[in-house]
Design a protein around this ligand. Structure first.
Ligand code: LLP
Length: 412
């Protein structure tokens, strides 16, 4: 459920007309719905109310400061993967005691920053990282709380680029070597192994791979107890999918129930790291038709939003629903919706049935709230889009559109 809807054929973000916003702020334009963000967070979080748990929003999905602040006010912690994300989370006022830090390549400076901030814990992805964190913590005279990210070798059945829990993936430690890693960790003076972690992939549309991974982790938990390692946290990562097209992912309540069932008897605090399921359908991108053209094979709608603004279709072949901002019941045809960038991979949709639109009219790209703006670039020296948050009838410019000056600011 989201709060982008048509009223008499005209698209609204909560109480505000999308056309009015596009006229005022220009295109391409990201629009987020505050009510949708809050609702998604609460729906997800309350699905786990039977458990001692902490929901850490995955900052990479949508890193806008105002979005992070809004979710923080709802009670969210944050899952971060870089010093930059730590900086954002802290600037957004997130309690460092609710921040978990994942990622395969944490640099020394980033580890130091996280220790200084006193984050809840590191999700360690290699034995080498364990020793690095121990060394930095020793130098700082502190103890780092850690989990190991265990790679359970489970097929998440999602796009190969966003599947992370198989043996061939770079993530985590294989389950065989994880026990040895915990044995080393307990010997290290500046490390406190407090948890276990896994994240098997993103945009999962079935609960089964989650349960398969969980069973492997719970099995491993028993082994940990056998060697006397007493952990307090179990982090199950993110990954729950959303409907972009015809997918029917489980509702967060169903997902929660399945996990609560397996976990309620355990003395563990559960950490969850949802990103897409909170942010994906809480955002749209508006783009304007610059030109139309046809050749003997194709009809093109050339729009001002490009792969630098929303790379998911180009990178993963992802589907995003596209529609008119103002519906006026015209005939349809089959179009490629393409951007102005000099690459054939610059498209938002291919062979899509759409109304025969004209120059100057606008399209909406749905489900753009997660991995939309955060993956944007300046390719072709294109300023990045403006991000708005609509809250009822109020509009907040959460990020100004970049200017040409911004683009060269750090260059000589
Ligand atoms: N935790 C960890 C350690 C992760 O790596 C990720 C996502 C998440 C949580 C959040 O997963 P989510 O709940 O959003 O599925 N750019 C891709 C998605 C990459 C996901 C990377 N990791 C896309 O646009 O589909």
């Amino acid at each position: 459920m989201h709060h982008f809807e048509y009223r008499d054929g005209s698209l609204f973000a909560e109480e505000v007309s999308a056309t009015k916003l596009a006229e005022e702020y220009g295109t391409p334009l990201y629009i987020y719905s505050a009510a949708t963000f809050r609702r998604h967070f609460q729906a997800f979080d309350s699905a786990f109310k039977g458990l001692d748990h902490l929901t850490c929003f995955s900052v990479k999905a949508n890193s806008n400061l105002s979005v992070l602040r809004m979710l923080g006010e709802e009670g969210a912690g944050m899952d971060i993967v870089s010093g930059g994300e730590l900086y954002r989370a802290l600037r957004a006022g997130i309690d460092p005691g609710k921040i978990v830090y994942s990622g395969v390549g944490k640099r020394e400076s980033e580890i130091r920053e996280a220790l200084e901030a006193r984050i809840l814990m590191f999700n360690i992805e290699s034995v080498a990282e364990l020793h690095k964190i121990n060394a930095v913590a020793e130098e700082m005279g502190t103890v780092a709380k850690v989990s190991f990210r265990i790679n359970p070798d489970v097929d998440a059945k999602t796009h190969p680029y966003i599947s992370t829990g198989m043996a061939k993936n770079k993530f985590g430690l294989d389950i065989e070597h994880s026990l040895e890693a915990y044995k080393q960790a307990v010997e290290l003076k500046n490390i406190d192994p407090v948890g276990m972690d896994c994240h098997i992939g993103s945009q999962l549309t079935s609960i089964d791979p989650f349960l398969e991974a969980l069973d492997k982790l719970l099995n491993f938990y028993e082994k940990l107890k056998d060697i006397g390692v007493d952990i307090k946290y179990l982090d199950l990562g993110g990954g729950l999918g959303i409907p972009y097209d015809e997918e029917e992912p489980p509702h967060p309540t169903e997902f929660g129930q399945a996990l609560v069932e397996k976990l309620k008897a355990l003395p563990l605090k559960i950490i969850l790291e949802p990103g897409r399921v909170i942010a994906g359908n809480a955002g749209i991108m508006i783009t304007e038709v610059v030109y139309t053209k046809s050749n003997p094979m194709k009809n093109f709608l050339i729009v001002d939003g490009a792969m630098n603004d929303l790379v998911r279709p180009s990178l993963y072949g992802s589907y995003h629903r596209i529609d008119e901002v103002e519906k006026n019941g015209r005939e349809t045809d089959i179009f490629d919706v393409v951007g102005p960038i000099c690459e054939s991979s610059d498209f938002l949709a291919r062979d899509r049935e759409l109304p025969k639109m004209e120059q100057g009219e606008r399209l909406v790209v749905f489900s753009a709230g997660a991995y939309g703006f955060t993956m944007a670039s300046n390719y072709n020296t294109r300023p990045r889009a403006c991000e708005l948050i609509v809250d009822g009838d109020k509009v907040l410019v959460a990020r100004k559109r970049e200017t040409y000056e911004d683009l060269i600011e750090n260059e000589i």
